[in-house]
Design a protein around this ligand. Structure first.
Ligand code: NAD
Ligand code: MG
Length: 361
């Protein structure tokens, strides 16, 4: 199968996303987006043995350099980004160098941030290799690192020159990572795109088994939803918050239990079910539609029950320090109807408490 493209339309910062199998081998696709001679590939210890050589042989007409970082969210720090800066300076890179991120969202976020700040900005290209990074972190231009006082607290907006989502790379993903990425795909169906949600109900197992047609469609559709929202609100002053569906509850779960027990996408699946349940209590969606959401997550082995270890107070405490609190009022992303997310601060407090106290939805 051949590849597809879509354009993220942001005036002079517009860029294409290529989606398809074996893009790593298609050197002719990369060259138009690399303006100088020098390239620094940024990757990690897990992804390098799998895909670095293949990428390097496609880029052999450039002066290639590489840096292989340790793998893990705990390394998404300023210290690690500083390793990239040191490497760039030691190897005499200039403003004409293009950085290429080869890896998941952690590598993409750090490489993008390094590209935003090295000599006040150099070009960069994303080659996302996880479902999550292909449908989410590589679209929209948010880059950055964690601080010990908060996740993603230090960063910059920086759009890539192009994104290459090579669907073949997903075949080496651990199963849980695959499911966790699909949780974000389902999220797109739920935010604005009912037809996509229906498509997922019919095709989620094909997607889960990485059938090429299903994967390409799901990635493209997800990127379209995200690109459309980013296009309306690049700097997150309004509608972009819809992308946080399931994330406020999910964030509380991740931080209460410590990062590591649940993958981000797993926590988002539970969080989305909680948002859906509250929307049922608010009378906005039917209980049947709520069950359809649960059913979809369960088909790809995502968790849908609230963690037994968590009390209502744990949720309350963690949710009120979340970024989604504006002017002291908790805002949640709920449904106004099926597959239509809204930003709400008018939900009933008792119904929220009931949702936080419920374990099986
Ligand atoms: P990740 O980058 O940690 O990748 C998950 C694991 O899979 C890692 O161990 C990685 O080395 C490994 N891996 C990557 N590609 C592989 C492959 N093809 N085969 C085998 N293993 C592979 O995690 P992620 O889920 O891709 O991204 C999560 C990060 O993205 C978080 O830091 C999050 O904050 C960030 N994020 C950013 C945005 C944004 O808009 N910038 C949006 C969502 C998430
Ligand atoms: Mg997310």
């Amino acid at each position: 199968m051949t590849y597809q493209t879509l354009n993220v339309d942001l005036a002079e910062r517009s860029y294409p996303i290529f989606i398809g199998p074996d893009l790593l081998n298609k050197s002719e696709l990369f060259t138009p987006y690399i303006s100088g001679k020098k390239v620094l590939i940024v990757t990690n210890q897990t992804v390098a043995p799998l895909y670095l050589e293949r990428l390097k042989s496609s880029l052999s007409s450039f002066e290639l350099d590489e840096i292989i970082l340790p793998d893990g969210e705990q390394y998404k720090t300023l210290d690690t980004v500083n390793l990239i800066f040191t490497h760039l300076l030691e190897k005499k890179h200039s403003r004409k160098t293009t950085l290429i991120a080869l890896g998941g969202g952690v590598i993409g976020d750090m490489t993008g941030f390094a590209a935003a700040s090295f000599q006040r900005g150099v070009d960069f290209i994303q080659i996302p290799t996880t479902v999550l990074s292909q449908v989410d972190s590589s679209v929209g231009g948010k880059t950055g690192v964690n601080h010990k006082l908060g996740k993603n607290m230090i960063g910059a907006f920086k759009q890539p020159k192009a994104v290459f989502a090579d669907t073949n790379t997903l075949k080496t993903l651990p199963n849980r990572e695959l499911s966790a990425g699909i949780a974000e795909v389902v999220k797109y169906g739920l935010i604005t795109d009912y037809l996509f949600f229906e498509w997922l109900e019919k095709n989620i197992l094909e997607l889960y088994s990485l059938d090429e047609r299903a994967v390409q469609y799901a990635i493209k559709q997800s990127c379209l939803v995200k690109a459309d929202i980013v296009n309306q609100d690049e700097m997150e002053s309004g509608v972009r918050a819809l992308l946080n569906l399931g994330h406020t509850f999910g964030h509380a779960i991740e931080t209460s239990l410590g990062y590591g027990k649940y993958l981000h996408g797993e926590a988002v699946a539970i969080g989305t079910v909680m948002a859906s349940y509250l929307s049922v209590l608010e009378g906005n969606i039917s209980f049947e539609d709520h069950l359809r959401i649960i059913n979809l997550f369960e088909k790809v082995n995502l968790p849908v029950d609230s963690p037994v270890e968590m009390q209502v107070d744990d949720f309350v405490e963690k949710m009120s320090i979340d970024k989604k609190v504006v002017d002291g009022k908790l805002r949640l992303i709920l449904f106004s109807k099926m597959s239509q997310a809204i930003i709400s601060d008018t939900f009933d407090h008792e119904k929220l408490m009931k949702t936080l106290a419920t374990k099986n939805f």
